[in-house]
Every structure is written in C-alpha cells, then in structure tokens.
Design a protein around this ligand. Structure first.
Ligand code: ADP
Ligand code: MG
Length: 310
C-alpha cells in the first residue's frame, strides 16, 4: 500500500498511476480509532549506547580466539538495525561513522531474524564461529549450557530499563549487553494528542517487557495495553484484530519487523529517513521528519479529511 509522502509539511502523491489526487486519497481514509506504535526507532531515537558488557563464559573457554564482542560487531556491521552502530562502536572503540573503516572479521551466511536479531558465520583465522546476536530468543540455539537462560534472565533483571542483547558463539552464551536508547522528546506529546483525537494508542515492540514498560510509562502509555517480545507476524495480527473489530488503525513504525503491520493498517506511517526500505515501501506515508508531534496534525487531517495539507 503506497500513497503519499509527508515531506516537511507537504504531501506529495507518490504514485501517479493511482490516478487520484492526494485530496481524494485523504478523503477515502476512515477515521482512526486505534494506533499501534513501534518502540525502537519510533518512540525512541534508536541511538543506542552499550552501557554494560557481561562476559558469561570463563576466559579459558575460548582462549586464542577472536573476542566475542568483535564477532558480534562483525555481524552488526551487516545489519541496519538501530542497535548495530552501538555494538560496532563499542567493539572498535570509536564513535560515529568512523567505525566504517574498522577492520572486522569476514562474515558468511548472514541472516536477519526479524524481531529477534542476526546470525552468521564469522571467520577467525583458519576456523569460523557461528554467531547469533539478539534478544533472548537467540538462546534457543544454545545447547551447550542449560543454565544460559537463567543467566541471561538474571542479567535482564539487573538492567530492567535497558535493552538487553545476548551474544551466542558456537552454541554457547558468551556475552550479555545492556544498551540504553533515548526516548524522543515529543513522543509523549504525540501520545497525548492521539488520545485527544479519540484514538487508543498502544506500543507494539519486539523488545522485552521490562525495557518496553519503561518506555511506555515514560511516554504516557498504559503498559497493560502494550505488547512486548513481539514477532513481526504478531504485530501484523494485532493490527488485523483491531481492524476486524471495526476499528481503523494507524500503525507507526520504522523496521523490517513493522513492514506487514504497516501494510495491513488502515493508515501505515513509516518513520522518516531512518526507516528500513521495506518499512517505507509497505507504508502509506513516510514522515520526512522525526518530529513525532507532527503526526497527530496529519492524523487530524486524515480524520477530518476535508483539510488538505498545503
Ligand atoms: P521494536 O519492535 O521495538 O522496534 P525490534 O523488533 O527492532 O524492536 O527489536 C527487538 C529486539 O530484537 C531488540 O530489542 C534486540 O534485543 C533484538 N534485535 C533485533 N535486531 C538486532 C540486532 N541487529 N542486533 C542485536 N539485537 C537485535
Ligand atoms: Mg523499530
């Protein structure tokens, strides 16, 4: 579903072949009564910093091999997730774009696990390591250490407000990373304005419950109406369920894990320049700004339908 682009206060009709004016497109939009809001990169800036690196495996277990943070960084170099830059920066000891020049081991068979993390084989000398980086679901690949699940959940409990990431190397939990993100300054304003529009907002996140609740409370969302540790298809099912119950749903998201939810929502809006291409292509609109406060003004425009963006 692709329609128009919100560009610094202007709407541009994207598809000439739709043979509709932007105004007609807006008039056909139903009133929005519910909103699904992605967390990472949407309510938050997606600008992470690694605060804690916990080593779970004894030093001797992997002596002589590449350190697990470097292995994780080699994989993250191939990922466009907001978490990636923070992990690479931590591993190579520099911030900003400078890490692009960093020499990291070669990666083969790289795969994105949407809403979970990433995996791949990282060459280290003559051997290679199978590496997984992501949320607790990557621990399903851990066979070597049955206590890995409790170790990681203890780590999560120690860092309740942070996004926690596990690094699994050759079937062993090696690292726990705690990262913090920044909540967007006007996320709370957007939530307030959505409510004022008669629209029930809920956060839909692939992140764990503790970190999700922290953001929900900070922006004025009721955690009881939010959903955590969601797979992409669960986000889509949430939207579909709301639509089936007669609501018109606005979905706001940035990631590949939001793409199908954006596509099934009455109005799918992708975050501006930072959105994954798949998300932007699945959305009806792309916000060409990261000012969330603007969304509601567009939502009002969509709802009232008789006011067209200049
Ligand atoms: P949200 O739905 O809030 O935008 P995502 O679905 O993008 O969050 O990510 C959910 C979780 O999956 C993250 O909090 C992280 O634990 C894990 N994850 C996803 N991609 C990566 C990655 N490239 N590296 C590490 N962890 C990742
Ligand atoms: Mg996201």
């Amino acid at each position: 579903a692709s329609g128009c682009v919100i560009l610094n206060g202007y709407v541009e009709v994207q598809e000439a072949q739709m043979q509709r004016t932007g105004k007609q497109l807006m008039l056909e939009r139903p009133s929005i009564t519910a909103a699904g809001l992605d967390k990472t990169g949407t309510l938050t800036k997606g600008e992470f910093a690694v605060l804690v690196v916990q080593d779970f495996a004894p030093k001797s277990a992997d002596s002589g091999r590449v350190d697990p943070l470097t292995l994780a960084a080699a994989l993250e170099m191939k990922s466009a997730h907001p978490i990636s830059a923070a992990i690479v920066s931590k591993a190579v000891g520099c911030v900003g774009e400078a890490y692009e020049l960093a020499q990291l081991p070669e990666v083969k068979k790289f795969r994105v696990l949407p809403g979970v993390g990433i995996q791949g084989n990282v060459s280290s000398g003559t051997s290679f390591a199978q590496v997984l980086v992501g949320n607790k679901r990557v621990l399903e690949a851990v066979q070597a250490d049955p206590s890995a699940h409790s170790k990681f959940s203890n780590f999560q409990q120690q860092h309740p407000d942070d996004t926690t990431v596990a690094v699994v190397v050759n079937g062993t939990l090696r690292l726990g990373l705690a990262l913090n993100d920044m909540i967007r300054g006007d996320a709370e304003l957007m939530v307030r304005e959505l409510k004022a529009l008669g629209c029930q907002p809920a956060m839909l996140t692939g992140d764990a419950e503790a970190a999700g609740k922290h953001v929900a409370l900070s922006v004025g969302l009721n955690p009881a109406s939010c959903s955590f540790s969601m797979h992409p298809e669960e986000k889509q099912a949430w939207i579909q369920q709301q639509e089936d119950s007669g609501k018109s749903v606005l979905m706001l998201g940035d990631g590949i894990n939001d793409a199908t939810a954006l596509a099934v929502a009455s109005v799918g809006v992708a975050m501006g320049e930072t959105s994954a291409a798949l998300a932007a292509n699945s959305a009806d609109m792309v916000m060409m700004t990261d000012k969330l406060g603007r969304l509601c003004r567009y939502a009002i425009w969509i709802e009232r339908a008789n006011i067209f963006i200049p």
